[in-house]
Design a protein around this ligand. Structure first.
Ligand code: SF4
Length: 382
């Protein structure tokens, strides 16, 4: 089991055209606001109740955490070490966007103890990057990757985006060829989702790509990554052996984690085994003001504990995202009920359709099932 911390840094140079993450460019990303935010974040880490004694993974996400000045990162990392026992072999990941770091900055981050980088590359095709509204081009992305290697990072993830309007199997193949040359340890490959409230939502009222083209791209990506030696360990995640992201695996296995920062989510397990899933304040100014007013011993608003039904649903739909699937023995240990008793009809239906498979006590998606996993996962809501 991992005990984890997530830190949210909500600043970006510019808002990408598809993005609905909690991140702010422009006036809300000024030096003064960044300074006030880091102070607030540090107060929250210091004054709020602790997550666990020993921490095995830390994930610094955003936004664009690499926009922060290294002196702020130094203060944040120092605070974490003062307040928590961070295990000597902890995985400490940070999201980095090309165009926001150079080798010197990356060297400082490495020396601060960050040992895994997750790069928001999305594509190595300049036309696609421009269309997405990213601030970088493919040369920036390659330079950023090479700088990370020179700075001593030996565990690097590249985020790729699939189903970008106008993307073709040809352009995807070229992007994957660059991936092959760079050889990162980990790849996250997400489908573009067109979210309401984004410029993309207004621009693409129709689905920008037909299902056949999407399916051809998915097959190409899977075959190429497999040929390069990557193993798929989660619906959207691939890694060389031993480089699976421990932090994310912990989230899918429902290990506890404490989120600090704007809108950060937590899964908290108390001494009695009660579990709380809660999210922090989402308004930037309100967050800063609240943290300034924080007193030692103040508690986060954790809401109601999760019910048995909530926990069972999460066990199923988070666990099934992993290629190894879920263990019916573990389900029974946790919930004192057999998985078949609760989910027998759904499991039988998808086993019969060859979308799920069972081996020993584990259920997992077949490759056919992975293609329609979103639809199937929704059926595990009770
Ligand atoms: S860099 Fe990431 S978080 Fe920032 S606007 Fe773009 S997609 Fe959103």
């Amino acid at each position: 089991m991992e005990n984890s911390i997530y830190l949210h840094i909500p600043f970006c140079v510019r808002k990408c055209d598809y993005c609905d993450f909690l991140s702010f460019p422009g006036a809300l990303c000024s030096d003064d606001i960044k300074a006030a935010y880091v102070d607030a974040l540090i107060r929250e880490i210091k004054l709020m109740p602790k997550a666990a004694d020993r921490i095995s993974t830390v994930y610094i996400g955003g936004g664009t955490p690499s926009l922060l000045d290294p002196s702020y990162m130094d203060r944040i990392m120092t605070t974490l070490h003062e307040e928590y026992d961070i295990s000597h072999d902890a995985e400490i990941s940070m999201e980095v966007n090309p165009g926001t770091v150079d080798m010197e900055k990356l060297g400082i981050l490495r020396r601060l103890g960050i040992n895994r980088l997750s790069m928001g590359v999305q594509s190595f095709d300049d036309r696609e990057l421009k269309l997405l509204g990213r601030i970088h081009d493919s040369s920036d992305a390659k330079r950023c990757y090479e700088d990370a290697r020179k700075a001593g990072f030996t565990n690097v993830n590249i985020d790729l985006m699939m189903h970008i309007p106008g993307q073709s199997t040809g352009s995807l193949k070229k992007t994957l060829e660059v991936v092959r040359q760079l050889a990162p340890e980990h790849l996250s490959c997400y489908s573009l989702i067109i979210e309401e409230g984004t410029p993309f939502y207004d621009r693409y009222s129709q689905r920008p790509m037909d299902e056949d083209t999407e399916a051809k791209m998915d097959v190409l990506m899977r075959e190429e990554l497999k040929a390069m030696g990557y193993g798929r360990y989660e619906i959207s995640n691939w890694a060389l052996e031993g480089f699976e992201c421990r932090h994310n695996l912990g989230c899918w296995h429902r290990d506890p984690y404490r989120g600090y920062g704007l809108g950060a989510a937590s899964l908290y397990r108390d001494m009695d085994g009660k579990e709380y899933r809660f999210t922090g304040e989402r308004d930037l100014q309100v967050y800063i003001t609240k943290m300034q007013a924080l007193n030692p011993g103040d508690d986060p608003d954790m809401g109601e504990p999760l019910t048995q039904k909530d926990r069972m649903e999460e066990f199923m739909f988070l666990g099934l995202r992993c290629i190894k699937g879920i263990s019916s023995r573990e389900f029974e240990n946790v919930f004192k009920k057999s998985m078949e008793e609760v989910y027998g009809a759904v499991l039988d239906r998808y086993l019969a359709m060859d979308l799920l498979e069972k081996d020993g006590d584990r259920y997992f998606f077949t490759s056919k099932g992975l293609d329609v996993s979103n639809v199937i996962l929704a059926d595990f809501l009770l």
